[in-house]
Design a protein around this ligand. Structure first.
Ligand SMILES: C[S@@+](CC[C@H](N)C(=O)[O-])C[C@H]1O[C@@H](n2cnc3c(N)ncnc32)[C@H](O)[C@@H]1O
Length: 617
């Protein structure tokens, strides 16, 4: 559309004068929101050839002509513009004799009540509903009541709209009682011009029911599945999600992204967690030696790996893959995935939507992965606790082929393992790892392999012990309790770090604080934690009883409170050589994955410092 045809303000769309001038200038058909071929697959579901149809605000659209030509001959068209009605009448009078064009204001239609089986509105509501001011609200109400009046019972108001917020709210509110509301999103209307449209088009089908008590809300997703919502909020959410998704696609299509973008894709069968998460990573052109676009499938059970779960890791992955844009796809718990081929089939069209518009052939693109299959994970325990929320204990094969890995994952951060530990099958343990201490566990008949720390940051934390000094340091009097080194760890998780220390650094006496009592039990039951004593935070002083080297004391309580109260009491024999904070931060918005902000206040840091030996860390 040429710029001169645009109104100077949105509200001009409501004015007859604006449309008269518009159609004087614009003689060729102008289609708002798509042509017959873009829309017919949906329209044909709701109208029959025998139906009496009214098209409100017909403009010079070809939609009515095309409908007529395929057999919908009983069509009345109305528009406020005399210019356009004159043009359309002379164009169709002889070619389509049964179709009428009449100058009529939608707010004062002259038809009798219950005249039509169907009212079609393509863009007219959007032209009338220009803002959320009271005057507009009154106009829109008037329009809806006129449409309802001329519709027969069980008749349909089919409204094709961009559904911007003020339009959506009024449309849904006006039809939420006594109507069935069903909404479709129209795919790809903007794609013909090469750039994914930033504004998707929706088709609302509102069926007028005889009973005013009826309240039915449905949306039809891209797989053509009709989903029933509990209330109108479900419909509004669907429309907003489609709009946000289209906006993201529009940006992805047209620009290089400086920051990574993550999108969740949901399937109709599970609305608790998404089926796929797609992370889009862009590289500068000069680093993309292999091509423009590829998809990378992360096998199940490996999504917690740094390479796939962090933005730095994903950049590294994209650099080694060598594509200008890499879409990293992770698969979620609670879903079944049959095979790599099936997943590729399922995901490739969606992932391709995220490709750059400049891609010469949008059909073919490489799908990369680590392994031949989709990987597998075995969920051993799924539970929840009051402080950590939902969590799972699961096992899968390690990507570095070190063997079977058992991990603890909090479902609030499904791509982050809280604890990982290597497992040995009983037979392997007996032969290959003879002599190593692994404890056979009642669940699964496997042994825990405490010989390796799985998280690199745990290794770094342990290096602090080397800086403090070992047994010698203790003998020189830094540790009056007699243990060579006293350390305090806040955050037990599955207990992999404390158990590694207990097994391999015997001169250490550890106090480990964790808020979550049920997590302490999980650590014992599923991760082989061997605690020498377990006390609750209020019984803090009891931990002083067992202060021998090699001891592992677990304190159930709040880490901040524990440290503050020990500090208040200023007991010299509770001094530590090292204090380690290994606590996850549940506040995703704070920008810190660990520790929570309450562990970073000056008061807390002072208290922690007061509990340290000189030279402690
Ligand atoms: C966005 S255009 C849509 C035209 C056409 N339906 C299409 O899809 O191309 C809005 C149309 O509504 C018409 N219109 C605006 N206010 C009207 C009113 N009060 N009564 C009837 N038609 C009106 C305009 O003249 C214009 O043709």
């Amino acid at each position: 559309m040429s710029v001169s045809l645009l109104p100077s303000s949105h509200s001009e769309f409501q004015l007859k004068d604006y449309w008269e001038k518009f159609f004087q200038k614009r003689k060729a058909p102008f289609e708002w929101y798509g042509e017959y071929l873009d829309l017919c697959h949906i329209l044909h579901k709701y109208i029959k050839a025998s139906n009496t149809i009214l098209v409100v605000g017909c403009g010079n659209s070809k939609l009515s002509e095309d409908l007529y030509d395929v057999g919908f001959t009983s069509i009345d068209n109305i528009d406020i513009s005399e210019v356009v009605i004159k043009q359309m009448t002379s164009k169709n009078r002889t070619k389509r004799p049964e179709m009428t064009y009449t100058v009529m204001d939608i707010f004062e239609m002259t038809y009798n009540d219950s005249t039509f089986d169907c009212v079609i509105d393509k863009g007219t509501l959007d032209a009338v509903c220009v803002n959320s001011g009271q005057e507009t609200i009154d106009k829109v109400k008037n329009m809806f009541s006129e449409i309802s009046r001329v519709l027969k019972s069980n008749g349909r108001y089919i409204c094709i709209s961009l559904s911007q917020e003020h339009v959506l709210n009024q449309l849904v509110a006006a039809h939420s009682q006594g109507w069935i509301i069903r909404v479709h999103v129209v795919k790809c209307v903007g794609e013909k011009v090469g750039v994914a449209s930033a504004l998707p088009v929706f088709i609302f089908v509102m069926t007028k029911m005889a009973s005013p008590a009826i309240q039915i809300f449905e949306y039809v997703n891209e797989d053509e599945k009709c989903i029933r919502c509990e209330d109108d909020a479900g419909i509004i959410e669907f429309v907003r999600n489609c709009q946000q998704y289209a906006l993201v696609l529009h940006h992805l299509g047209s620009m290089h992204m400086e920051e990574q973008v993550c999108l969740d894709l949901w399937s109709g069968s599970n609305n608790i967690e998404p089926r796929f998460t797609l992370r889009v990573v862009d590289l500068p052109k000069k680093k993309a030696l292999n091509g423009q676009f590829a998809i990378f499938l992360v096998p199940q059970g490996r999504e917690t790996n740094w390479l796939f779960s962090s933005s730095a890791g994903s950049t590294q992955l994209a650099e080694s893959a060598g594509y200008e844009r890499l879409v990293i796809v992770t698969l979620h718990r609670g879903h079944t995935y049959q095979s790599l081929d099936k997943v590729k089939e399922e995901i490739s069209t969606k992932a391709m939507e995220l490709s750059q518009d400049s891609l010469p052939d949008r059909i073919k693109c490489p799908v990369l992965s680590l392994a031949e299959g989709v990987g597998s994970r075995t969920v051993l325990l799924e539970s929840s606790s009051s402080s950590s929320g939902g969590f799972v204990v699961e096992e899968s094969q390690d990507e570095e082929e070190r063997g079977l890995v058992r991990r603890l994952v909090f479902l609030e951060s499904p791509h982050l393992a809280q604890t990982e530990i290597l497992m040995i099958n009983k037979s392997d343990g007996a032969s290959k790892r003879k002599g190593k201490k692994g404890r056979q566990h009642k669940n699964g008949g496997k042994l825990f392999d405490f010989s390796e720390l799985m998280f690199p940051y745990h290794k770094l934390m342990l290096s602090s012990l080397a800086l403090i000094g070992g047994e010698e340091g203790g003998k020189r009097g830094r540790n009056p309790t007699g243990a060579a080194l006293d350390i305090l760890i806040v955050g037990l998780g599955g207990g992999a770090l404390p158990m590694f220390i207990k097994k391999h650094i015997p001169m250490v006496c550890q106090d480990v604080v964790d808020l979550d009592g049920s997590m302490i039990q999980v650590a014992i039951d599923w991760f082989g934690l061997e605690a020498d004593q377990i006390v609750t935070g209020g019984e803090g002083e009891k931990i002083l009883v067992h202060r021998d080297r090699g001891k592992l004391n677990v304190i159930q309580g709040d880490g901040v409170e524990h440290i503050m109260s020990l500090s208040d009491r200023k007991q010299a024999n509770t001094l530590y050589h090292v204090i380690i904070l290994d606590v996850d931060n549940k506040d995703a918005g704070s920008g810190l994955s660990s520790p929570p902000l309450s562990f970073t206040t000056p008061q807390f840091l002072q208290a922690a410092k007061s509990l340290l030996h000189p030279n402690g860390m």
